[in-house]
Design a protein. Sequence first.
Length: 125
Amino acid sequence: MPTDVFGVLANPVRRRLLESLREGPRPTGELAALFELGRPAVSEHLAVLRTAGLVREEPRGRHRFYHLEPARLAEVSEWLHPFEHYWRQRMDALSDLLDEEADEADEEQADEGDGEQADEQGHKK
């Protein structure tokens, strides 16, 4: 059973469980209903998330409610931060390039429009 937060998040079922918990605590049955998996399989994924410290379990009578524990997600955010900076720089550079190309295209169109127009036979209008 993976305990490394990145290994835990590699599974799409676990990511979807975390996403659904952003809205607030939910009981196991409600979480299980989101998937075409049996309740035991979903419970196993929840156990992995709990062991990794990404969720906590709260017993309420016969039900167990799961809460998101975002502190461990900070580890992921810290690791991704340098890449976010890199991609922002790359996207800014792409935006600048596209703006330059749009400006050049506008200038070319303006230059073409400045000349005299000819009809189909080449006569000046």
